[in-house]
Design a protein around this ligand. Structure first.
Ligand code: M6R
Length: 363
C-alpha cells in the first residue's frame, strides 16, 4: 500500500519524521536525558571501532565515524564489506566490530561479520530486520525501527540508521566521559526535535522538484560536501544514479582542485551541500571555483547560508536550522527528494530500478 503516494519511495521519504521519532523514543531513557541500550554495552573499555557495510549503509557508517571520533574520542575504521572480507585485515585487541544493514541479509556484510567472529571483542549490528542473519549472529543487535522498506533505493532506513548510530555515539561519549551529562541531554533534546524539523524540510519539495527538473536534462552531476556533508554527498550521488540512471559522483569539497575541477563546464551541474557551519566559508570558495568555470550550482543550505551567497547559485534549496551534529539526518531529505523528482521527470522505474535487487544476497 503506497498510502496515497505515487511510489513507495515517496511514501518512505514522507514517513521519516514518524519513524525517526519512534527510533529516538526507543533508545531514550525514561527521563529523556540519556541513551538506553537493550543490553549493557561498555564503550569505555575499547580502543577502536571497526564499521563494515555496503552501499547506503556504508555511507551511514562513514557519517558515524565523525560522530564516534568527535563526540566519543573513539577511533573508527570504516570499510566496504566486499573489500574487508577478502583483505582479511588484522583485528587489534580491544576492537568492537559494528555491522550496519537494512535487510540484515547482505551476503558480503554477513561474511565480514563471520570473519570477525572470535577476533573482535564484541560484534554489534544496526539492522532493520531483527530476525535477520546479521542480527542473529551479533552479540548485540540494535533495531532501527524503520518499518518495512519496499523501494530499492534506501531512504528511511538510512536516516533511521543515522539516528541509532548517533545515539550509540552519545552512549559511547557518556561512558568514555568525553561529553558532560548536560551536553548529552542537549543533543538528545535536539534529536527529539528532528521529526518537526524534517516536516519543515519536506515542505521544500516544490523547490527541490524544480531543481530536479533541471538535473534531469544532465548526463553527469557532481556532488560536493565537507565534513559530515561528505558522506551525504556520496549518498546523494548514489541515490541519483540508482533511480534516474544519471551518472553522478561525489567528492569531498577539498578534493575539487585535485582533479574533478577539470570536468566543470556548463553541462555538468554541481550539487553543493553546505549548512552555515564552521566549514561554510571553505565550501563557498569551492563553489566560487565552480561558478568561475561556468558551472551551475544547486546549493542546499540554510537561511544564513543562502543570505551569504545571495543569488549566485542556479538554484538554492533552503533547509531549516538544526544542531550541526544532526545535519546529515536533515540534509538526507533534499538529497532523496532531488533523486526522486529527477527520476520522476525522466520517467524511470523509481521503486524497481533496472539491474538492482532490494537485498543483495549473492556475492
Ligand atoms: O540491506 P543492506 O543495508 O545491507 O543493503 C546494502 C546496500 O545493498 C543498499 O544500501 C543499497 O546500496 C541501496 N539500494 C541503496 O539505496
Amino acid at each position: 500500500d503506497k498510502g496515497g503516494h505515487k511510489h513507495f519511495m515517496a511514501k518512505e521519504i514522507a514517513e521519516q519524521p514518524m519513524v525517526i521519532g519512534e527510533a529516538v523514543r526507543h533508545y531514550l531513557s525514561a527521563d529523556g536525558n540519556s541513551v538506553e541500550l537493550p543490553e549493557d554495552f561498555d564503550f569505555a573499555g575499547i580502543d577502536r571501532l571497526t564499521m563494515v557495510a555496503c552501499g547506503t549503509a556504508f555511507y551511514a557508517c562513514l557519517t558515524a565515524k565523525y560522530w564516534f571520533e568527535q563526540l566519543a574520542q573513539l577511533p573508527v575504521e570504516v570499510d566496504i564489506a566486499s573489500e574487508f572480507r577478502y583483505r582479511e585485515p588484522p583485528i587489534a585487541p580491544r576492537t568492537v566490530a559494528l555491522f550496519v544493514s537494512q535487510s540484515g541479509e547482505t551476503a558480503d556484510t554477513l561474511a565480514a561479520l563471520r570473519y570477525c567472529d572470535g577476533k573482535a571483542d564484541k560484534i554489534l549490528s544496526v539492522v532493520n530486520v531483527p530476525e535477520s542473519s546479521i542480527a542473529r549472529e551479533s552479540d548485540l543487535a540494535l533495531p532501527i525501527l524503520a518499518g518495512v522498506e519496499v523501494g530499492v533505493a534506501s531512504t528511511k532506513a538510512f536516516t533511521c540508521q543515522l539516528t541509532v548510530l548517533l545515539m550509540l555515539a552519545l552512549k559511547a561519549a557518556e561512558q568514555r566521559g568525553t561529553l558532560t551529562a548536560d551536553e548529552i541531554a542537549d543533543k538528545l533534546s535536539a534529536l527529539r526535535a528532528v521529526p518537526a524539523t524534517l516536516n519543515t524540510a519536506l515542505e521544500q519539495e516544490g523547490a527541490i522538484a524544480a531543481a530536479a527538473r533541471k538535473l534531469s536534462e544532465a548526463s553527469d552531476v557532481l556532488f560536493l560536501g565537507r565534513g559530515l556533508m561528505y558522506p551525504l554527498a556520496l549518498e546523494g550521488a548514489l541515490k541519483l544514479k540508482e533511480i534516474s540512471y544519471i551518472h553522478a559522483e561525489a567528492y569531498a569539497s577539498g578534493e575539487l582542485k585535485h582533479g574533478p575541477i577539470a570536468l566543470i563546464d556548463k553541462t555538468m551541474p554541481v550539487v553543493v551541500m553546505a549548512p552555515y557551519d564552521a566549514l561554510y566559508g571553505k565550501t563557498v570558495s569551492n563553489m566560487q571555483e565552480v561558478l568561475a568555470r561556468g558551472g551551475k550550482v544547486v546549493l542546499i543550505t540554510d537561511a544564513a547560508g543562502a543570505a551569504e551567497t545571495e543569488d549566485s547559485a542556479w538554484q538554492t534549496i533552503v533547509m531549516p536550522e538544526i544542531d550541526p551534529v544532526l545535519t546529515p539526518v536533515l540534509y538526507a531529505v533534499p538529497a532523496q527528494l532531488l533523486a526522486y523528482h529527477t527520476a520522476v521527470a525522466k520517467g524511470t522505474d523509481v521503486d524497481q530500478p533496472r539491474n538492482l535487487a532490494k537485498s543483495v544476497t549473492v556475492e
